[in-house]
Design a protein. Sequence first.
Length: 157
Amino acid sequence: MKPDGSVELHSHAVRVTIPAGVMEGQLIRLAGQGEPVTGGGGAGDLYLEVHILPHRSFTLENRDVTLTLPVAPWEAALGGSVTVPTLGGTVDMRIPSGAQSGQKLRLRGRGLPGQPPGDQYVQLKVVLPPADSPQAKALYEEMRAKLNFDPRASEAR
C-alpha cells in the first residue's frame, strides 16, 4: 500500500473455467492469483463474482429456466408433440389436449445443473393464424358459426 492509502494493482491474464451450474452472484476463488501480501508474502486469492447475462429466449429463476413457446391453436386444442429448445439441446415435449395460452409445462431436470438440478418450464403462447386470405377468413367464419364458444363466458359468473 502506498503512503497515500492507494493500492497499485498489476494485471495479468488468467484463464478461468466457469463450473457448470454456477449461480448469479456466486464467487469463484482463484487461489494465488491475487495481489502479493504486504511484507513479502505470497500472492493472495482473486475472487470473481458471477453475473449471468439475460438470454433472448430463456429467463432464469434460481436453477429453473422458463421459455415461452409459440403454439398453433390446433396444437393447443388437440394436443401433440412439439420440439422444444432446452439448455442441453432440443427435446420432444407432449402438449396435452385442451392446453391454454399461458399454461406452464415442466421438463424435469432441464434447468441449470446442480444438486438438485433445476427444471425447465415451457409457457405456452397460442398464436392465431392471420385472417389475411379469403380461405382463412372463411375458416374463421365457419368456426364462429359452428362452435358454441364465448371466451368471456367464465368471466361473467
